[in-house]
Each structure stands twice: as structure tokens, then as C-alpha cells.
Design a protein around this ligand. Structure first.
Ligand code: HEM
Ligand code: HEM
Length: 181
């Protein structure tokens, strides 16, 4: 089914979740491993542009995903977790959504503040941030800090999903994947 049901995420919500997850993981992997290539080499440039492309795809997916999310019920978890666990999970989900918007926007501002073109899938984006290089440097620090927050939040989020599946043995994860062995 395309839409979410009472007990399961629908096809579209699943596609949005796993495509965004893949793009976030790719953005993090490209930037974390860029250090293996020496400065000025084509491999390092490739890692950086891979980071930019993956990060921009996260932003591209976010608006339709949020619209679909707001018009669709969230499937129930059975057995229902404790109210405090649900509140914590919701806070983590909205923090992830906020980071999926803030990080790419900051990334665009950093590049445009340094007078560089931002290219998404071959198309140059219009200049939306008119800032000087000094402000771009400050935003780069903020972007790096928030990027590291995202890395840890994703690890906790995925860990929580696996913990629910493996130890609590509820259907938190299978609502989003379908049956697992
Ligand atoms: C890597 C980047 C990831 C991001 C940015 C991310 C983000 C999100 C967000 C925003 C939600 C809330 C969905 C909603 O509003 O209903 C969510 C739900 C969920 N995610 Fe992820 N996710 C990621 C990776 C993963 C991974 C690797 C797993 C599994 C191992 C996972 C398992 C789940 C599950 C089970 C839910 C449903 C939780 C619930 O409804 O309480 N996610 N994810
Ligand atoms: C979900 C999306 C994104 C995530 C999770 C993310 C995360 C990160 C992280 C973790 C770092 C490195 C921090 C460090 O070195 O400690 C970084 C650096 C950077 N990011 Fe992103 N980012 C995202 C999107 C973007 C986008 C869309 C752009 C530009 C269009 C961008 C531009 C940059 C730049 C210019 C740097 C500094 C690279 C350098 O050291 O030369 N980021 N990002």
C-alpha cells in the first residue's frame, strides 16, 4: 500500500525513509573518509563533491517527505512502548528532520559565501545566501559541529531501532521494513 496503515508504514514513507537514510550515510561517509586522499588530488575533490551531492539530495527529498508525513498517520507500535520512550523517540525524529534541513542549507551558504557555485545533478543553483567569507567561516564551524551531532544521533537512532527489534521484540522496525527473519 502507498499510504501508511494502522500497523505499518506504506511504500512511499518507506522509500522516503530509506533513500534519505542512504543519502545521509553517504554524505557522512564521503566527508569522514575524504582525509584518506591527499589535498589537491582528484580523489579528494571527488569525495567533497560526493558529500555535496548526497547532502543536497537529502534536502531535495525533505519537503515531499514532510508533506507526506503530515498528511499520513504514524502506524502504532505493538506492544506499545512506554510513554516516555515515545516522547524521546519523537524528539529524536524531529531533531533528525531539523538537521536534514539545516545541514544542507548551511552547506549551500558556506559555498556561496566563498563565491563557489553549488551544482545539483549538473544544475547550478541560484545564489540564495549573500554572505561574506568571514561569516561563511563561522557557518562552516557550525555545520561541522551539527554534522557531528547528526552522526551520533543517527547511531543512537539506528541502535534504538535494532534494540527494539532484537530485545524488546516489538514491531518498531518491521513497520518500516516488512517482515525480517
Ligand atoms: C541514516 C540516517 C537516518 C535518518 C536521517 C533517519 C531518520 C528518521 C526519521 C526522521 C524518522 C521518523 C519517521 C516519522 O516521522 O514517522 C525515522 C523513523 C524510523 N527509523 Fe530512521 N533514520 C535513519 C536511519 C535508520 C536506520 C539505519 C534504521 C534501522 C536500523 C532506522 C530505523 C527507523 C525506524 C524503525 C523508524 C520508525 C520509528 C518509529 O516510528 O517510532 N532509521 N527515521
Ligand atoms: C545531511 C547533509 C549533510 C551532513 C550530515 C553533513 C555533515 C558534514 C560533516 C560531518 C562535515 C565534516 C565535519 C568535520 O570535519 O569534523 C561536513 C563538512 C562540510 N560540509 Fe557538510 N553535511 C551535509 C550537507 C552538506 C551540503 C549540502 C554541503 C554543500 C552544498 C556541505 C558542505 C560542507 C563543507 C563545505 C564542509 C567542509 C569541508 C572541508 O573541510 O573542506 N555539506 N559536513
Amino acid at each position: 500500500m502507498l499510504k501508511n496503515s494502522q500497523h505499518s508504514y506504506g511504500r512511499l514513507a518507506r522509500a522516503f525513509h530509506w533513500l534519505s537514510a542512504l543519502a545521509v550515510i553517504a554524505a557522512l561517509a564521503f566527508i569522514e573518509f575524504k582525509g584518506i586522499a591527499p589535498k589537491g588530488t582528484p580523489l579528494r575533490d571527488f569525495m567533497k563533491s560526493g558529500h555535496f551531492q548526497a547532502g543536497l539530495i537529502v534536502l531535495l527529498l525533505l519537503l515531499p517527505r514532510l508533506l507526506w508525513r503530515l498528511g499520513n498517520r504514524v502506524p502504532d507500535i505493538s506492544p506499545a512502548p512506554h510513554r516516555h520512550a515515545m516522547l524521546l523517540a519523537h524528539a529524536a525524529h524531529w531533531a533528525l528532520y531539523a538537521l536534514m534541513a539545516a545541514l544542507p542549507l548551511l552547506g549551500i551558504a558556506i559555498l556561496q559565501g566563498n563565491g563557489k557555485d553549488v551544482v545539483l545533478l549538473g544544475m547550478t543553483l541560484p545564489v540564495i545566501f549573500h554572505i561574506d567569507p568571514a561569516s561563511a567561516r563561522d557557518l562552516k564551524e557550525l555545520h561541522e559541529t551539527l554534522g557531528n551531532v547528526m552522526l551520533w544521533l543517527v547511531i543512537l537512532h539506528a541502535g534504538a531501532a535494532i534494540w527494539h527489534h532484537r530485545f524488546v521484540k516489538d514491531d518498531t522496525l518491521t513497520r518500516l521494513t516488512g517482515p525480517l527473519r
